[in-house]
Every structure is written in C-alpha cells, then in structure tokens.
Write a protein that binds this ligand. Structure first.
Ligand SMILES: C[S@@+](CC[C@H](N)C(=O)[O-])C[C@H]1O[C@@H](n2cnc3c(N)ncnc32)[C@H](O)[C@@H]1O
Length: 255
C-alpha cells in the first residue's frame, strides 16, 4: 500500500527536524483525515484520524511492553527463541526481512542475536528509526542495541537476494479480519497504513537461499503455511505459530 501521509509538527524547536523527515521519507506537510504522523517532543507517532480511540502508535524499546518482556519474558525459553534455534553459547546473525515496528527483532537482539531489520514502508521505517535512535541513547540498553540492531530501509526481497545470514525471520502482514479481537489495536492502525503483504509468498524462496541454517515464518494460528510450503516443524503460541524451515543444524559452538 502506498499512502501519502502527512507529518505534522506544532513544536517550533522541532520544525527543522520535521522538514528533514518529510524530505527523507516523502511525507507531506498538509493535514489528512485518515492517517497522519506527529512529531512530538517525546517521539514520532502515527494517528488514525478517523478512529482516534485506537490511540497513537509509536516505537518504544526502552519502557512499556518491550522492557517488560525483556526482563520477564522468559529469555531463551520463549517460543520465538526456540524457533530461531537459540541456545546458550550460540551467537546468531538474523535478517528480519519484514521488520514492522521491530518488536520481534528487539526480543531476538535482547537475547544476543545480531539483527538486521529490513522494512520497506516509509511510515514503519520512520517510526522504527525514531525508536532505535532514542533507544541507542539509553544508558541501560543503548550499548548493545547499537551493536545488535541495524535498520535497512528497502525491500526484504532485494536485500535477501544479496545477503547471507544464519537465520531469516519473516512476519508478513496477514490479512486480518478487521474487528478481530485477536488483533491488537496498534496492529490494526498499522495495518491500515502498511496494508496486507500480498506478495509475502515471494519472500520464502529467497529467504531459503539467504539462510545458512533456517527460516522462521510467524503466522496467525488460523493462517495456512506461507506459499503452502510445509515447514520442518511448527511451534505454537496462544495466537500465533512459528513455522520453521530447517536447512542445516546450527553448530553447538556457533559464535
Ligand atoms: C506484521 S508486520 C511485522 C511486525 C514485526 N514482526 C514486529 O514485531 O513489529 C509486517 C511488516 O513487514 C513489512 N514488509 C512486508 N513485506 C516486506 C518486504 N518484502 N520487504 C520489506 N518489508 C516488508 C511491512 O511493511 C510491515 O511493516
């Protein structure tokens, strides 16, 4: 989906930054009655103007849900860690080719993976960059985040054609039922801007070529396998499934 989205800024001291962001990402300077971005002193945020109840969407790695999950989320015992193949003493490079708001990538990086986050939507990439820049400055997590989380704006398909990595992680937007209670408010707003990733099937083959050890695809529990391709195994969570396509065992001393 390619929506021209405005970036609004009412703060005098942020006007130069707003101009720079409009030029960098192609955002407009006018108001909209559907979606718009706000450059606020605390962060860049996305608003669904015609449904304000949904609240503002922004990226926060430092506090809130991300911090809680980092501290109490179960570490390497989490399903996503098992799907990726994380074990103690193993260091993995991961390409997250559908980075979105970076939540899964953050979990993987907080568990020690080096993650390249690839995102093609300018709105998602701008929100992600804003969240990363603020987190990089944080005393507690900034050091390892700078080392382990890098954003690449562009097509995951093209990026995977040119790069090799240990594991490729894919979480394309599945066309959700609009009012489904299973879909978090935040994701509903986000999906309104990004759209359903109808070309997601193309990513699997290129991901299988790029990955040395495995490809992990996150799917809602009711969704069919990506490309109808049966995985080597599936790991189920409450609402989702990680379909794991194993190419080769990860060496126990992989560093
Ligand atoms: C469901 S969201 C990912 C959510 C993410 N896992 C998280 O934890 O925040 C899917 C994202 O993938 C992006 N995307 C889909 N296909 C892509 C592609 N071929 N290249 C780059 N980004 C892609 C979409 O723009 C969207 O932001």
């Amino acid at each position: 989906m390619n929506i021209n989205i405005p970036l609004i800024c009412n703060e005098r001291e942020l006007r130069d930054k707003a101009k720079m962001l409009r030029e960098k990402w192609g955002f407009l300077g006018t108001h909209s009655d559907s979606f718009q971005l706000h450059l606020l002193p605390e962060h860049l945020a996305l608003e669904q103007v015609d449904d304000p109840k949904q609240g503002l969407v922004f990226v926060d790695f430092v506090s809130g849900g991300a911090a809680h999950r980092r501290k109490f989320g179960g570490g390497k015992g989490q399903s996503i860690a098992k799907a990726i193949g994380l074990k103690s003493g193993v260091n993995l490079d991961v390409i997250d080719a559908t980075a979105g708001l970076g939540r899964d990538a953050f979990v993987l990086a907080s568990l020690g993976c080096n993650v390249t986050l690839v995102e093609r939507s300018p709105v998602a990439a701008a929100l992600l960059e804003d969240g990363l820049e603020r987190a990089y400055l944080n005393l507690e997590i900034g050091g390892w985040m700078q080392q382990r989380m890098q954003l690449h704006f562009g097509s995951g398909y093209e990026y995977l054609k040119e790069h090799q990595t240990d594991v490729v992680y894919l979480d394309p937007m599945f066309p959700h039922k609009k009012k489904s209670a299973l879909v978090k408010k935040e994701m509903r707003v986000f999906q309104g801007v990004v759209g359903a990733d109808l070309d997601a099937g193309d990513l699997l083959d290129v991901a299988l070529n790029a990955a040395r050890y495995r490809v992990v695809v996150k799917r809602p529990d009711y969704a069919p396998f990506l490309n109808d391709k049966k995985p080597s195994m599936s790991i189920k969570t409450k609402k989702n499934r990680f379909d794991v396509y194993v190419k080769k065992a990860i060496p126990a001393n992989k560093s």
